[in-house]
Ligand binder design. Structure first.
Ligand code: GLN
Length: 547
């Protein structure tokens, strides 16, 4: 049976709970334990799939097709353990399950209440798969004291009572603000936050304190005394130049040891941190730099393309270069010539997206990359835009476009080179969709196989002709234009196994031009960079050597 670590946050949000959880997962793995991480989010959406990236950052998709919180991306990048649908839950999902059971009559006429029905539903979720792993790390979204979070806090409190003694610990992340005028780190907000936790019956075993300044011994002792934790369970979390230093930094501060001590595991297996030393070495000892333009829509918010930013960093690590990623708002190109904005970059990436806004600018970016021989990686919408660009400017389909934009505008304005997918094969079943279906969870989601053309660039990059990658899209490139596009040098080099859905396009006559219908960024790890990102950056390095 797993040991459970519940991770909560206090004082302010955005403290890096997800990162701390992921780093702890990596450290426990380094000591030979198996780990699984999961996120419990108090918001009322059933999942983040329908939320704008401005609201919630990136939507991370699992192999089994769940649309989840971006923290699951951190978990995977740090542990390599593929996240599953059962690793992410929200209040919306919990309530919707409870209400479904109530309608079915499962509760046999009982009055349905937050305690015990909602809390039981949460506890059942926490228990899923617990027999198969040494440690289950459960992060509770939000901050202690949030109204929506209360059922989750109550559920984890009960959970620790339900399990045998010593199976559960609580780790609380807080902030020690620095008051410049006094030259002091303040512990009071942490004390209040712990008091809040204790008022709902949870006594933290560990405090992880974010701080911009070293935490003096005196303050540690004070925190331990007033918050009722052991002094060596007060762990400092300082700002780091790279998130990938977090496992080594947390290890230095004694996080994994404190967790092992809290569970009374003795003797503690020694950690093997070779993987993280190598990662840190690649970050610190990069030779050179490449500049990559990311032409997208949600550029004001770094979190909207979290996995892409990380996958580019990994691509840099594979080539021992630093990647300077710059976000460019695609809409700029609708009024201005893209050239002055894009010249000087060693590669261009157009990421995924939804809706028409900004798409003409993405098409311009694809054209610029094609004409200037700049490495281009188009992901999902970025692939669709590269195809529309070729259709318009090379294949003579001046009004080529996507049905997505016609649906949005409620008028037919384009020849739909990209059409609304109405049917596809998943395993042995056929999935069908209609344009007026509900939006939540109805895209082509999760891992699907693709077959690569032998001898193509992508087959060479992957080193195989059969791949599986994660998808999240509603629209698809129409194969009826395949011959016309291939005649212009845009080759359909990856297809779904039934040959019906284009998965990859590439240009053999271009230094590096690849569009993928899936999201390779979701599978990239610092210790195992995704081959497409590694090779894209390699091509960028080549360009940087020419100029
Ligand atoms: N909006 C496009 C589609 O649904 C692309 C989706 C994406 O980029 N993830 O097909």
């Amino acid at each position: 049976m797993a040991k459970f670590v519940f991770i909560t946050g206090g004082v302010v949000s955005s403290l890096g709970k997800g990162l701390a959880s992921a780093a702890l997962g990596a450290l426990l793995q380094a000591r030979g334990f198996s780990v699984r991480l999961r996120k419990l989010d108090p918001y009322l959406n059933v999942d983040p799939g329908t939320m704008s990236p401005f609201e919630h950052g990136e939507v991370f998709v699992t192999d089994d097709g769940a649309e989840t919180d971006l923290d699951l991306g951190h978990y995977e990048r740090f542990t390599g353990v593929a996240a599953r649908a059962t690793d992410s839950v929200s209040s919306g999902r919990i309530y919707s399950n409870v209400l479904e059971k109530e309608r079915r009559g499962d509760y046999l006429g009982k009055t349905i209440q937050v305690i015990p029905h909602v809390t039981d539903e949460i506890k059942d979720f926490i228990r899923i798969g617990a027999a198969e792993t040494d440690f289950m790390l459960c992060e509770i979204g939000g901050t202690v004291g949030d109204i929506e979070g209360l059922p989750f806090f109550e559920a984890i409190r009960q959970f620790a009572q339900d399990e045998p003694r010593g199976q559960c610990i609580f780790m609380h992340l807080t902030l020690l603000p620095w008051i410049a005028s006094a030259g002091e780190l303040k512990t009071k907000p942490t004390q209040h936050s712990v008091k809040e936790l204790r008022s709902i019956g949870i006594a933290p075993d560990l405090l992880v304190c974010r701080s911009e300044h070293p935490i003096p011994e005196k303050e540690r002792a004070k925190l331990a005394l007033f918050c009722n934790v052991r002094p060596d369970a007060v762990i400092a979390a300082y700002d780091l130049p790279s998130i990938y230093e977090a496992p080594l930094a947390y290890h230095r501060e004694g996080l994994d040891q404190a967790v092992i001590d809290a569970f009374g595991i003795s003797p503690a297996p020694a950690p093997d941190l070779t993987r993280w030393r190598d990662v840190a070495d690649r970050i610190h000892n990069a030779e050179g730099e490449v500049r990559v333009a990311i032409v997208g829509k949600y550029t004001q918010l770094g979190d909207a393309y979290k996995s892409i930013a990380e996958a580019l960093t990994h691509g840099g690590m594979a080539n021992r270069v630093r990647v300077q990623a710059e976000w460019i708002d695609a809409e700029i190109f609708e009024a201005e010539d893209p050239a002055p904005h894009l010249e000087g970059f060693h590669a261009i990436l157009v990421p995924g997206g939804f809706g028409e806004r900004g798409t003409e600018g993405k098409i311009d970016a694809a054209r610029f990359a094609r004409e200037r021989g700049i490495p281009y990686l188009g992901i999902c919408l970025g692939m669709q835009m590269a195809v529309i660009e070729a259709a318009r400017n090379q294949a003579g389909l001046a009004d080529a476009g996507s049905e997505e934009f016609d649906h949005e505008a409620g008028a037919k304005r384009f020849t739909p080179v990209v059409y609304h997918l109405k049917e596809w094969v998943q395993g042995n079943a056929t999935v069908t969709r209609r344009p007026d279906d509900a939006k939540g969870g109805t895209m082509r989601l999760g891992a699907y196989k693709a077959v690569l053309a032998p001898g193509s660039r992508v087959a060479e990059i992957y080193g195989t002709t059969e791949i599986s990658e994660r998808h999240r899209h509603r629209y698809e490139i129409d194969t009826r234009y395949r011959d016309r596009l291939e005649a212009q040098g845009l080759i359909f080099s990856g297809m779904s196994p039934d040959g019906r859905l284009p998965e990859i396009v590439e240009r053999p006559d271009h230094p590096w031009f690849v569009g993928v219908q899936f999201h390779p960024e979701l599978r990239s790890k610092p210790f195992a960079p995704h081959p497409l990102f590694a090779d894209f950056i390699r091509a960028a390095v080549e360009v940087s050597r020419l100029v």
